[in-house]
Design a protein around this ligand. Structure first.
Ligand SMILES: [Zn+2]
Ligand SMILES: [Zn+2]
Length: 334
């Protein structure tokens, strides 16, 4: 019998689906690309044709300009060559999808990036039983156990309310994390205007257009120092320590990232208030997901794969490392 999944070929620049003549999340321009979500390490510009969810395509439009786009909504399928291709929610950011590939009785699911915790800005991860589950492992070490998101948001609000004459500046990736932090703050009853760095404006507006309410948002540009006292301000992580932040009233520097679990990373960025809020599954979410999906084989695309490989072995799941490059785990994304 042929080897399971022999129609799927991993290359350093992405996963090639032979009978569809298409690539999943290729890091180089290709004729046909199936894109899991809008983060820059998965969605690149320059493909001849792209299949993705309408939300992901809208995000790619904002970042790269108009694509030759084929929208596939959650739950719909398209046929490419001999392959049936479907998209289901991955719970990572707005529009993020796992891609289901069905070919001659075999089912392969490419997870893209995913998490299992509730996120008010996107549809929750759907468990799809399959033969081969191709997973990420960004936080694939048992030391990574993300705390409760609501508790992290409460720490942020507590700090805001106990610092007289200051503001709290939160570094957050512009796609997904920023909007999630805003929506979580709203869910915790914080209805004050939230200020943003100009780099966040287009994606925040797009989220609202796509039906994710974010409450009252204002640009920092144009606000006086007095207006910013006692307020939360969001910026890309790269702006946390640059000249831009000097105009703010004595900011408490915070950052929302799964990497804030690592003290050294927080120190590197001079982060006073590290918030462990991640859009990737932690160790328990990764292993729980593999248990629930119950595939015959697990293929691991990128991240810390050794511990997860070992866990699969102990749990009698055949596992394989793909060593894809270009999913550079840019910490600003997580
Ligand atoms: Zn991502
Ligand atoms: Zn990624």
């Amino acid at each position: 019998m042929a080897r399971l999944g022999n129609w799927i070929e991993p290359f350093p620049e992405g996963i090639y689906v032979k009978p569809a003549d298409a690539w999943v999340d290729p890091s180089q321009p290709k004729d046909r690309a199936l894109v899991t979500h809008g983060h820059a390490d998965h969605a690149r510009g320059g493909h001849k044709a792209v299949w993705a969810t309408p939300e992901t395509l809208a995000i790619m439009d904002v970042r790269y300009g108009q694509q030759c786009a084929n929208p596939v909504a959650y739950g719909e399928t398209v046929r490419l060559g001999e392959v049936e291709v479907g998209f289901v929610p991955a719970g990572h950011v707005l529009g993020s999808a796992q891609i289901i590939l069905d070919y001659r009785g075999e089912r392969v699911v490419v997870s893209g990036d995913y998490k299992r915790r509730p996120d008010p800005t996107c549809a929750p991860f759907v468990v799809v039983p399959c033969d081969i589950f191709i997973t990420e492992a960004t936080f694939g070490l048992p030391v990574f156990r993300h705390p409760d998101t609501g508790a992290e948001i409460d720490r942020l609000l507590h700090r805001l309310h106990h610092e007289e004459g200051r503001c709290v500046l939160v570094g957050a990736y512009a796609l997904g994390k920023a909007q999630r932090v805003i929506a979580e703050l709203r869910a915790r009853g914080h209805h004050d205007p939230i200020f943003y760095h100009g780099a966040m404006e287009r994606l925040c507006r797009l989220y609202e257009e796509l039906g994710v309410p974010l409450g009252e948002l204002r640009p920092v540009a144009g606000a006086t120092k007095e207006e910013l006292v006692g307020k939360i301000i969001l910026c890309p992580p790269s702006a946390l320590n640059d000249r831009w932040s000097r105009r703010l009233p004595d900011p408490v520097t915070a950052m929302a990232s799964g990497w804030m679990r690592v003290r050294q990373r927080a120190r590197q960025r001079n982060v006073e208030l590290p918030l462990v809020i991640s859009d990737h599954g932690d160790w328990d979410e990764l292993t729980q997901t593999i248990r629930e999906v119950a595939p015959k084989e697990v293929w691991i695309t990128h991240g810390r794969e050794d511990a997860l490989m070992h866990w699969c072995m102990l749990n009698q799941v055949k596992a394989r490392e793909l060593n894809l490059v270009g999913y550079d785990e840019d910490e600003e994304e997580e």
